[in-house]
Each structure stands twice: as C-alpha cells, then as structure tokens.
Design a binder for this molecule. Sequence first.
Ligand SMILES: *Cc1c(COP(=O)(O)O)cnc(C)c1O
Length: 371
Amino acid sequence: MSSIYEKYNLKQVINASGRMTILGVSTPRPEVVEAMVTGVNHYFEMKDLVNKTGEYIAGLLGTEGAVVVACASAGIAQSVAAVLVKDSDWLLENLHVTPVENNEIVLPKGHNVNFGAPVGTMVALGGGKLVEAGYANECSAEQLAAAITPRTAAILYIKSHHCVQKSMLNVAQAAAVAQQHNLPLIVDAAAEEDLQRYYHDGADLVIYSGAKAIEGPTSGLVVGKKQYVEWVKRQSGGIGRAMKVGKEGILGLTTAIEYYLSATKESGAQMVEKMTPFIEALNGLPGVSARVVWDSAGRDIARTEIKFDEARTGVPTGTLVEQLKQGEYAIYFRGYKANEGIIEADVRSVTADQLAIISRRIGECLQENQA
Ligand SMILES: *Cc1c(COP(=O)(O)O)cnc(C)c1O
C-alpha cells in the first residue's frame, strides 16, 4: 500500500479530524470492499441491479423506495430534476434547452450553505431556481409558506451542522407546509446518522452521502416515496448520466448500509480507553494540557481536547496546526478553535500507533519552535 504513496509522491495522512471530504471521508470495512470487488468483476443487467438493490435498501429502512446515486450532491441535483421532469419524456431530454416554467425551489435562507460546494449549484444543475425563505437568522413555518408561489416546484430542507440552527423550523414542520401546498419536500441529510427519521417526519425524498456516517464507498443514497424515487431513477437518461454511479458503488453502499444498521459502533467509552495513553503523553509536554471532551451535539463520541499555553509554547496554535500538516505525515485535527489555543483530535479513524506518532510530532514541533 505504501507503494501508492511512493509511486505518486503522495503524503501519508493521519486523520484526527473526523469525516472530512478533503481527506477522502472514510475507509470502508473489508466486507464493503469485497462487495465492491465483486461488483467490478461481474456483469449485471444494470437496471435490474439498481432496482433490486434499491428494493433491498428500502426493505432494510422501511421506506417505499431507495436508489444509490454517485454522491449526495448528485442526489440533490437529480431530486430537483425529478420533481421538475416527473414523467415527461420531453423534459427529460430537454431540461436545460427549454427551462421548466415553474422551477422554483424554496429553502430557508439559513440553509443556503456551502458544504464544500454551494447547495444552489446543485439546484441549478437539476434545472431549479433557488428561492430563499425567511432570514439569515430565522425561518418559521409561516415564513417558509410565504415564499411559495404558483411557480414553486418543491421545498428543500438542509439538515446539517453547516446550517443556521436557531429559530429554524424542523423537518416535520417543513413537511406540513409542503403538504398544505401540495408540494414535495426534499431533505438533504448528507452527513446525518439517522436513515429513517426524516422520511418518517414526512419528507418525500431524503438524501445521504455514502461515505460519511454510513462509511461506504464514494456514493450517495436517495430514499423516499415510491413515485419520487422512480422519477429520480429516470434521470439516468437525463442529467443523471453525467453523475453515473458504478456497479461497485451500488453494491458497496448496499453492503455498507446493511452493516451500518446492524454493527455495534465504537462506543465513547472505547474511544476514551484508546486515547488515554495519548492524553498522558501530551500532558507530559511543556505548555500542553489534554483532556477528554464529549461531542457537543450529544452523540456518543469522545474526543481529545488539546490546549496550548501559547505564552509557554511561544507559537500561535494556528501555526502549529499548519506545521503538523507538513511533516512526514500530514496530521489533521479539528482546528476550528485554534484561535483560542485549542484543537481537538477525533480518534475514530486513528490507530494507537498513529496516536503515538501524533504526540511525538507535537513534541518535536514544539521543540523546533523553541529552538
Ligand atoms: C457532505 C455534504 C453534501 C455533499 O455530499 P457528497 O456525497 O460529498 O456529494 C451535501 N450536503 C451536506 C449538508 C453535506 O454535509
């Protein structure tokens, strides 16, 4: 494996930042990789593969329909295209030639985020026109409803830590507004862990990223009401072709979902056990204090908080974070509090050996800065 890094002169990464798209998100378990290998090595009637794996996933999740797509972004674009094109053969092949007249996609203003690419770009790819409801800091059910016009095609709701959280209506409230206006509700829940909740809250289509919480291959999942999922599938003859998912992605994600639902996850207590020697090593370094902190969203995730006394380390923590990316290993942390002298290590994707490398590197960097 190290030969790939040598062949292309790539830097080896230690990922203590969690599920980050810029680092390749996650590494699937061996059973998932095996399903992907089976996928690439065989032929299938692709329509059959899409339909049968979709039915299987829908059965696992208790939804009317499901389909594997290339990624969550592709899921958003194809969901928008699906609600505009529906059964029309003409629009399927002419979506961007003859723009659909009633193509407005209403979403709360605080949901118009950049998750690495803008939500609005995906909506535009699907032929939609974004219309913001409410304000940067609030959107009620009434404010969402007020943005609906005869040109509205759907409501879009982004369930994400990227979004404004305060004074926001929830998915069930958005679903009620959609039902009152006889419109579909599309929910982007790309990084969320619950694969059933938003469907049960009344969404017509719910979109997930395959490699984030599910830890599958690069792929996406769209679940929802039967008719809407069928319309998403039709897009393989339209914009979906430019974002085609392979047979290995379809089989890999299906297997990953199966394990995701049944496997017991690494518990917070196990994470604490793993990080204890690491914390002890860090606390032995001058100007460094480390401790266990728990996930602020209440999930059973423990992380290591590393606090630098900059008066003693003599280096801005932001600079140190950059230095740690530059060594033999590129070491990535959760660095959003670096301006306060605090970084966090998410140990879920880090081995005990790598934790030892991290504490050693921090010690070396601090020493270099002292010199
Ligand atoms: C990650 C993310 C996406 C994009 O997921 P991909 O599978 O990488 O396309 C979309 N929306 C939100 C809220 C995300 O967090």
